[in-house]
Ligand binder design. Structure first.
Ligand code: BES
Ligand code: MN
Ligand code: MN
Length: 463
C-alpha cells in the first residue's frame, strides 16, 4: 500500500470532518421518534460509498430500517471481502451526564488521547469504525491499489437485534457471496497493544413481569398481608446467583465449554492491570464468579444481569403504595455452544417455577443470538495479523470479547465464511454510555491498517 501515510496526513482533517457530519444525525434505531434521521443516515452512508468508489450502491428496503449495500467487483477471479457495519446508534440517555450534547460532536483531548478524540453518540460504535472502511476504500480506489473485490453491507438495526438483516442475508446468499467478512465493531487491548477479537458472546434478552394484586394498594392498609410484586421480584432475581456467583438456573452450564489450562494460561498473557481497571471505574473491588479472573469472567464465562428494573412509585417525594406490577429486563451473555433459544427456555421455565403463590409471572423473550469463535489459523486471521504488524510494528494478540454481535454466527451459517473482527475501539471509549468518544489516533490507524488486510488477504489467497 504505497503512500498510505502521506495520503492520511493530507486528508485527515477531511476524514474527521466527514465523520463529524455523519455523527450529527441522531440515528437511534430503538426510538421511532428518530425514524427520519435513521433513514437520512442510510442516505448519507450511500453517498459516502459512492464517493469512495463503489460501482453500485443501493438502499435495500426491509420491514425495518434499510440496509446500505455497495460493491466494487474488479475481477471475478480475485477474492471478495464483505465489510459489515452498522449506522444506527444507541439512545444517548441519560442526557444530563453528557458534557456536550451527544449529536453535536466535539473534539477534545484526554489523558489517553492527546491527539484528540471525537465525542458523540456513535463515534466509536459504530459510525466511526464503519467509516474507517469507507475511507480505506477511498484510499485504495483513488490510488489504484484496490487488490480484490469489495462488498459493503451496512445495516441500521444492529442495536435492536438485526432481525431484518437476518432475513436479508438468508434471501441474498448469491449477492453476498464472499471469501471473508470483515468487521470493525469491537475493541483492542490498548492504543499500543493491537489485538484481534476471536470470540463474541451470545445473548438472550428477556423481560419479566410480576403481578400481584389487581391494583396498586395502600401500603399501610394492605402491607404485610399480600405479596408485594417488587419485593418478590427482587427476591427472585437475587436467587438467580449462588454464593459463588454462579447462575442457579438448572441446565444453564450444561453446554459451557471449559477452556483447558493451556488456553487459560495463553489468555492470561494479555496485559491486564487490576488496579487501573478498578481506578477507571472508581470501584474498590472486582466481583464475579469464584475461580475465574476478570478477563475470564467477561469473555469465556456466561452471565446474567438485570439491565433495568421498575415498578411502583419512583417520582419525587414519597407515596405509600404496594404496586400491582413489577418488571425487569434481564440479559444473559452466553459462550460458544450455549444455544440462546435453549437458554431462553431454561430461564423461562425456572423463573416461572420459583414464583411463590400470590403472584403471577410472565417472561417475554426479546431477542438473542449465538456466540462466535474464530480460529487463528484462517487466511483472514493471518492477513489481519500481518496488517496490524505492518502498522503497529507488533503482532496482535488474539482476544475473546464479552460483547455480542449476534449476526456474526448467522453470517457463518448462511454465507459459509469466517468473520475477522478488526476492532479499533478502547474500553474507555464509553460505548453505550454518556460521553462516548473515539480517539483520532485510533480512527486514523484503522484507516491505515485496513488496506493492508486487503493486500495480505489477496496475496495469501493465491496459495
Ligand atoms: N459493537 C457492539 C458489540 C461489541 C462492542 C462487541 C465491543 C465487542 C466489543 C454492538 O453494537 C453491541 O452493542 N451489541 C449489543 C448486542 C445487540 C443485540 C444489541 C451488545 O453487545 O449488547
Ligand atoms: Mn456496534
Ligand atoms: Mn452497540
Amino acid at each position: 500500500m504505497n503512500n498510505i501515510q502521506p495520503y492520511i496526513k493530507e486528508h485527515k482533517d477531511r476524514f474527521v470532518n466527514e465523520l463529524i457530519e455523519l455523527l450529527k444525525i441522531p440515528s437511534i434505531s430503538a426510538d421511532s421518534a428518530y425514524k427520519n434521521d435513521v433513514l437520512k443516515t442510510a442516505d448519507a452512508v450511500k453517498t459516502s460509498l459512492e464517493k469512495a468508489g463503489c460501482n453500485t450502491v443501493e438502499i435495500c428496503k426491509t420491514d425495518g430500517y434499510p440496509i446500505v449495500y455497495g460493491e466494487k467487483i474488479i475481477d471475478k477471479n480475485l477474492p471478495t471481502v464483505l465489510v459489515y457495519g452498522h449506522y444506527d446508534v444507541q439512545p444517548p440517555d441519560p442526557l444530563n451526564l453528557w458534557n456536550s450534547p451527544p449529536f453535536e460532536p466535539v473534539i477534545k483531548t484526554t489523558e489517553l488521547h492527546p491527539e484528540g478524540a471525537i465525542f458523540a453518540r456513535g463515534a466509536c460504535d459504530d459510525k466511526g469504525q464503519m467509516y474507517m472502511h469507507v475511507k480505506a476504500m477511498e484510499f485504495m480506489t483513488t490510488t489504484n491499489q484496490l487488490p480484490c473485490n469489495v462488498k459493503f453491507m451496512i445495516e441500521g438495526e444492529e442495536e435492536v437485534g438485526s432481525s431484518n438483516l437476518a432475513i436479508f442475508v438468508k434471501n441474498n446468499q448469491e449477492k453476498l457471496k464472499n471469501d471473508v467478512i470483515l468487521i470493525s465493531d469491537t475493541g483492542m487491548i490498548a492504543k499500543d497493544v493491537p489485538s484481534i477479537t476471536t470470540g463474541l458472546r451470545g445473548l438472550s434478552y428477556v423481560e419479566v413481569e410480576v403481578t400481584g394484586p389487581n391494583r396498586d394498594l395502600h401500603s399501610g392498609l394492605y402491607g404485610g398481608a399480600v405479596a408485594n410484586p417488587i419485593n418478590i421480584l427482587a427476591k427472585m432475581i437475587a436467587s438467580l446467583h449462588d454464593e459463588n456467583n454462579r447462575i442457579t438456573i438448572p441446565g444453564f452450564y450444561d453446554k459451557v465449554e471449559e477452556l483447558s489450562k493451556a488456553e487459560r494460561a495463553e489468555m492470561a498473557k494479555a496485559p491486564f492491570n487490576s488496579e487501573n481497571y478498578k481506578k477507571a471505574l472508581v470501584i474498590d473491588a472486582v466481583y464475579g464468579e469464584t475461580g475465574y479472573t476478570t478477563n475470564e469472567r467477561n469473555s469465556i464465562r456466561p452471565t446474567l444481569d438485570v439491565n433495568g428494573i421498575w415498578g411502583g412509585y419512583t417520582g419525587e417525594g414519597a407515596k405509600t403504595v404496594i404496586a400491582s406490577k413489577a418488571y425487569a429486563k434481564i440479559s444473559m451473555r452466553l459462550v460458544p455452544h450455549q444455544d440462546w433459544v435453549v437458554i431462553t427456555k431454561l430461564f423461562t421455565k425456572h423463573f416461572e417455577s420459583i414464583a411463590p403463590k400470590g403472584v403471577t409471572v410472565k417472561v417475554k423473550p426479546h431477542h438473542g443470538g449465538q456466540g462466535y469463535v474464530t480460529p487463528i489459523d484462517s487466511l483472514g486471521y493471518q492477513a489481519a495479523s500481518k496488517a496490524y504488524h505492518e502498522t503497529f510494528g507488533k503482532i496482535p494478540i488474539p482476544q475473546r470479547s464479552g460483547g455480542s454481535i449476534p449476526i456474526v454466527s448467522l453470517f457463518e451459517q448462511e454465507l459459509k465464511s469466517k468473520t475477522i473482527l478488526m476492532g479499533f475501539g478502547l474500553d474507555s471509549d464509553a460505548i453505550h454510555s454518556p460521553n462516548e468518544h473515539f480517539g483520532i489516533f485510533n480512527y486514523l490507524k484503522g484507516i491505515e491498517t485496513i488496506p493492508y488486510f486487503y493486500k495480505y488477504f489477496t496475496e495469501l489467497s493465491k496459495y
